[in-house]
Write a protein that binds this ligand. Structure first.
Ligand code: HEM
Length: 418
């Protein structure tokens, strides 16, 4: 549904309450139309940022890492210079080293490699859905969306089943770093200053590192096919081995990146189906179209609102002067509603084609797990929908207080099975 318009002088994409109330969409619309390069002050000591909201500009910036670097970090947080190398993962690395680090695991996420997990995924989806459908009333996030992606990741990392709840809680705390319901230490709080050497300024990162190091020590020199074994036993193609810090941060990124994002994509997709019953009916009648529908789910959901770059030189864009050192925020979610790219962008059209959405990014940092996320979503909906006679939302949706992840915390539903 088209959101109500928001006057330009009321736009504030640093205000997390706006996102908790789901009111950012109207702001994105205003910015795309009236101020496609817009300066936004921050309220927590941050230096402010430029919001980029038109699809073509976002794509151009993401594809130009020499002018818009990731090396000064990619969230709004500005880690002190002395801690940046310690906290750096592939996300915050550019150029040939970035490519070498990406190639370490890239082929493991290719569609051909992922095919071998298809049976496992189908079995897992069946188990998840069967357990959830034992009762009619449930919270969709807890019962279906939360555990499934992390259980997939646990399989790829080959961690024991009893670690899965711990992985889920670590992922929640890290990605919900600005939400008091999730984070032990809020990212911009006084207390977080003690943890600025750690990713997301979170003490949880230390726990994830320690677990990752235990796995690495067990698997070093072995023949394992899991992602940890590959990370510790492969040499990047530039010949420079992974430093211990790089290993820590790579491991942490794998635990975090694939968990919350895919969960949100699944929850938003279900919400979109409930809100659009004719579309749900169409998908139930055309299960062979689920792969196409997943692209629209991803566009519509936009599970990650933004990533940030930093200008390396002065640039003029839409009459605004972006200065070297300024933070530049690419709002993927806004690009996904750009009416010059998507006809009727607020409508869910599951057969939309082409559907060149930006939910996974558009440049050299494009999501490495995109094929896995797509596969997980397709298999989950192929498993769930044939069993559902009726699904209704039974209470209010509660959103994560974040302008980074577009998250749903609570999503009460009733599902009547066939
Ligand atoms: C629907 C689910 C997902 C969404 C929406 C998503 C979104 C994104 C986005 C927007 C980026 C940054 C792109 C850029 O800066 O251009 C990214 C990067 C990344 N994602 Fe995902 N992601 C998802 C699932 C996954 C999964 C399942 C994994 C792996 C298990 C994963 C691993 C990564 C990694 C490793 C990067 C860093 C790539 C690099 O810096 O070169 N993601 N993702």
């Amino acid at each position: 549904m088209q959101p109500p318009p928001v006057p330009l002088d009321q736009v504030d994409l640093a205000d997390l309450d706006v996102f908790e109330r789901n009111e950012a969409w109207g702001m994105f619309d205003t910015l795309r139309r009236e101020a496609p390069v817009h300066w936004n002050e921050e309220h927590d000591g941050g230096s402010g940022f430029w919001s980029i909201t038109q699809y073509d500009d976002i794509e151009r910036i993401d594809k130009d890492p020499e002018t818009f670097t990731s090396t000064h970090f990619t969230n709004l947080e500005e880690p002190p210079a002395e801690f940046q190398d310690l906290r750096r993962s592939i996300l915050e690395t550019d150029g040939p080293r970035h490519l070498a680090l990406r190639k370490l695991l890239m082929r493991d996420f290719s569609p051909a490699q992922l095919r071998r997990y298809e049976d496992f995924l189908r079995g897992l989806a069946q188990l998840t859905v069967a357990a959830a459908l034992q009762q009619e009333e449930m919270d969709f996030v807890d019962a279906i969306a939360a555990d499934y992606p992390i259980a997939v990741l646990a399989r790829l990392l080959d961690t024991p089943a009893d670690m899965t709840p711990q992985l889920i809680s670590w992922g929640n705390e890290i990605v919900g770093f600005s939400d008091p319901d999730y984070a032990r230490v809020l990212v911009n709080s006084e207390e977080a200053k003690k943890y600025r050497h750690l990713p997301f300024s979170s003490p949880v990162s230390q726990e994830i590192f320690e677990y990752g190091r235990t796995l690495a020590a067990e698997r070093k020199g072995g023949e394992g096919e899991d992602l940890v074994s590959k990370l510790v036993n492969r040499i990047p193609e530039d010949g420079v081995p992974l430093s211990p810090e790089h290993y820590d941060n790579y491991f942490l990124l794998l635990v975090v990146a694939g968990n919350e994002t895919t969960r949100q994509a699944i929850s938003h997709s279900m919400k979109a189906l409930i809100d659009n019953p004719t579309q749900m009916q169409w998908l139930v009648e055309h299960p062979e179209k689920t792969q196409v529908a997943v692209e629209e789910f991803l566009r519509y959901a936009s599970p990650v609102y933004h990533f940030r770059r930093t200008a390396t030189r002065d640039v003029e864009l839409h009459g605004q002067r972006i200065k070297a050192g300024d933070k530049v925020v690419m709002w993927w979610a806004s690009g996904n509603r750009d009416e010059t790219k998507f006809e009727d962008p607020y409508a869910l059209r599951l057969d939309r084609m082409p559907n060149d959405h930006m939910s996974f990014g558009k440049g050299p940092h494009t999501c490495m797990g995109s094929n896995l996320a797509r596969l997980e979503m397709r298999i989950l909906f192929e498993t769930l929908l044939p069993q559902v006679a009726e699904i209704t939302q039974t209470g209010d949706l509660v959103r994560v207080r974040s302008n980074f992840v577009n998250g749903i915390k609570k999503f009460p539903v009733r599902i009547v099975t066939k």
